[in-house]
Design a protein around this ligand. Structure first.
Ligand code: FE2
Length: 581
């Protein structure tokens, strides 16, 4: 009889659920995909319902439920921090107590009542251990150092772990309020972007800056030989304020914060004015010190637990530029950063930890799969199209479909692509994507401005055939396990730059997904078909969603999103829909 572990991550941001059957991760999905609320932090009832029904089981079949962090420990940290900073923390304290006492602190009881599940079989995994497990267990490595870097867990903001023979042990930790992740989030809000959403925009802005603010930034955060780095907390208020994460002192240092959506690039994609240049310089100082700190963290980790391998997790490692710059010369030979470094991956890590440490000690070797969410067969899709009275054409084989997609792409069409099972995580890895040819700047500008409503400085990722990538990008062998998840950037090797006009960033880098036939056969075959037609082996690939919305999960949302967008054609299963608007 099969054994099941259900992992849950919620109540902070990016709620999710993962299901492990006999040691294998068989499904995982984020609640936002069902509710339509981006980053939805609520209890993931709909994800649980889907996980059980999609795998033909009921809650009675679940052996253990595991929550991705320890609520009581987190509550005590908030309580202690509030007391320490009282009365400045008064509003923060009142707000937090309301939230915690009404729901969060009763997590075990809530899960037990909501799911009618025996509370003796509800487990808790430490937040950073969930992050560590989400990268180590799917990696199939035996021996690895693990580095976790995020805003804040219960009280850890950084940790180093040893992993040997299936067991993960803590070697080093940095405790709140010191936090590289919260520093970056603070600068994200200073630069006019939403926390937990706009960090990638700071990374993009940074390439337009220059390094003139290094000394000023070093007053805020600086390297330290003994403690890796230090932060001057006088510049921050996130540890006690409900409303501000930075203090007046930071404003005195860098001037007024940037207003959201204020001009940055002009129509020629050059810095708009001196104010914009100043903010670009702040972004670069933020990015540079972050890269320097991570480099120091990784060197520290290697000294503490030398290994051929390093696994990295936590929201900070969504920063694909920092991942590249900090680790490109590290002593670790293999760098593993996968598709779920953020808190959403906590459910995956916790469930795999429970399997390997509570249920069985026998580790299953399995292929790391990112396509873990809902999928829909052609019959379901066709019925949906008929019910919605949508005109469509139908293909009877993938070959004809892929030829038509490729011809449309060649003709400058912007394509919505909905195939197979939904990806887990923030990146669209070829099943729920908006695709376009990569060699025309005007197409990427159109997608930015009219489809995704993004700021013009935000670059696009590209997906490229595994067997052609060396002809286009300078690769580093260390990152071979990370390129397929869009976890690191790569630089143009200048052999075919004319094919990269729409996907190269200001610094000639690109966030790439190397696609193999083994990892995603249909998507690889699409790239190959497009290559046969155009001699270009890559596509611009951005997530299939509109601004402020999560990636689409089902055909109805896909159709609705497509019809509201300015995309030209949608290929959904074996069906083609043309947008006549
Ligand atoms: Fe985290």
């Amino acid at each position: 009889m099969s054994k099941y572990v259900l992992g849950i991550s919620c109540y902070f941001h990016d709620s999710s659920v993962a299901l492990v059957k006999d040691g294998v991760l068989i499904s995982a999905v984020q609640e936002e995909r069902f509710t339509g609320i981006k980053g939805d932090p609520s209890f993931p009832s709909r994800s649980i319902e889907w996980s059980l029904s999609a795998n033909n089981i009921s809650i009675k079949d679940i052996d253990y439920i595991i929550f991705y962090e320890k609520p009581l420990k987190k509550f005590l940290r908030i309580l202690n921090s509030s007391i320490e900073h009282f009365p400045k923390s008064r509003q923060f304290f009142i707000s937090q107590m309301k939230r915690w006492l009404s729901e969060k602190i009763w997590t075990k009881t809530n899960i037990s009542k909501k799911l009618k599940f025996n509370n003796k079989n509800i487990l808790f995994c430490q937040h950073h251990l969930s992050h560590a497990s989400s990268i180590y267990y799917p990696s199939n490595l035996d021996h690895s150092c693990i580095v976790v870097n995020d805003g804040i867990g219960e009280d850890q903001s950084f940790s180093i772990w040893s992993a040997e023979d299936n067991k993960i042990n803590l070697k080093y930790e940095i405790i709140f309020p010191k936090s590289l992740g919260l520093f970056y989030s603070t600068m994200t809000s200073f630069l006019g972007h939403a926390v937990n959403e706009g960090e990638n925009k700071v990374m993009s802005m940074s390439t337009y800056g220059n390094d003139t603010l290094k000394d000023k930034m070093n007053k805020v955060i600086y390297l330290d030989d003994k403690e890796i780095f230090n932060q001057n907390m006088e510049y921050f208020e996130y540890h006690f304020s409900l409303y501000n994460n930075f203090s007046k002192k930071l404003k005195n240092l860098f001037g007024d914060p940037r207003m959201p959506n204020s001009p940055f690039l002009n129509q020629d994609l050059k810095i708009d004015n001196s104010k914009a240049q100043h903010y670009a310089n702040i972004a670069q100082a933020t990015q540079n010190i972050t890269e320097a700190v991570i480099k120091q963290q990784v060197e520290f980790a290697y000294d503490l637990f030398p290994s051929k391998n390093v696994c990295l997790s936590g929201g900070v490692h969504l920063n694909c530029k920092a991942n590249h710059e900090s680790l490109k010369n590290s002593q670790f030979q293999n760098v593993h950063i996968n598709y779920c470094p953020s808190d959403a991956g906590g459910s995956i890590g916790a469930s795999l930890w429970a399997w390997n440490n509570v249920v069985e000690e026998d580790r299953n070797k399995f292929k790391q799969d990112v396509y873990l969410g809902p999928g829909f067969d052609d019959e379901f899709i066709e019925n949906t199209l008929k019910n919605l009275k949508i005109d469509y054409s139908k293909y009877h084989n993938n070959t004809d479909l892929l030829i038509d997609v490729s011809k449309d792409l060649q003709d400058d069409k912007i394509i919505c692509w909905f195939q197979g099972k939904l990806e887990f995580g923030k990146r669209a890895l070829g099943n729920r994507s908006i695709l376009a040819r990569p060699d025309k700047k005007e197409i990427s500008m159109k997608i930015n401005e009219f489809i995704k409503n993004r700021e013009s400085f935000q670059p696009f990722a590209s997906s490229i055939m595994e067997d052609k990538v060396n002809e286009y990008f300078k690769l580093n062998e260390k990152f071979k396990n990370s390129y397929k998840f869009m976890s690191v950037i790569a630089y143009d090797n200048k052999k075919h730059s004319n094919h990269l006009s729409g996907v190269l960033h200001e610094d000639e880098s690109c966030r790439i997904q190397i696609v193999s036939e083994n990892d995603n056969r249909l998507f690889y075959t699409l790239l190959k078909t497009f290559y046969d037609l155009t001699k270009i082996p890559l596509l611009l690939n951005t997530s299939f969603n509109l601004r402020g919305e999560p990636i689409v999960d089902n055909p109805i949302k896909a159709i609705s999103t497509f019809l509201r967008s300015k995309c030209d054609v949608m290929y959904i299963g074996k069906f083609k829909i043309v947008n006549n608007v």
